[in-house]
Design a protein around this ligand. Sequence first.
Ligand code: ADE
Length: 232
Amino acid sequence: MNKIGIIGAMELEVETLKEKMKINNIVKKASMDFHEGSLNDVEVVIVRSGIGKVNAGICVQILADLFHVTHIINTGVAGSLNPSIDIGDIVISTDAMYHDVDATVFGYQPGEIPQLGQREFIAEPSLIALAKVACEDVNPDIHAFSGRVVSGDQFISDKAVKERLVNVFEGFCAEMEGAAIAQASTLNHIPFVIIRAISDKADESAEMDYPSFERKAAADCAKLVAHMIQKI
Ligand code: ADE
């Protein structure tokens, strides 16, 4: 029986899902509230992880150990790294990678954690396919792209930093949790996908755009997730 762990870093990324779900139990752990119950008749655990890689990694480990989730979906917002991907569009992860890990002095690739054996964390193809279909079903006016999500403990709002994420990491969007969720899911052998709606362009305009667009972007993304879980 499937049990889907749904993670959003911020309250506004999970609030519409929590409103829609039937909550059976709330478990507090590591200062996070894990909402157990069902959403559209699918067993789920919905949680706000908090922002950043450490919160995200802890959250996945708890979903694995305490709740034995079978799949993990990360929903939320991100900054676009590609001129074709506009505010309001959606990026579905093919894989995820850190942009703030650097052991290149020892011959590792940018973004590669030493001795881990992999730099890219590959999302589950069947979840990617379901997310694409769900986007066409529920958000037909929104463009969905699939590509690499790059993550780090930085809000990207500088053109030069953004260009590095494009040139070095070939990211489609930047955010602050996806790669940590991807790594922790991979280490626990849990299939995952990251789905992010674009709230800003990850350059100097982000400071203005992000507060204006984050709410709608987060809600569009959550709507897609609520729909796709019925098909898993
Ligand atoms: N989340 C949304 N926009 C972002 C950005 N520009 N950088 C990092 N995380 C984000």
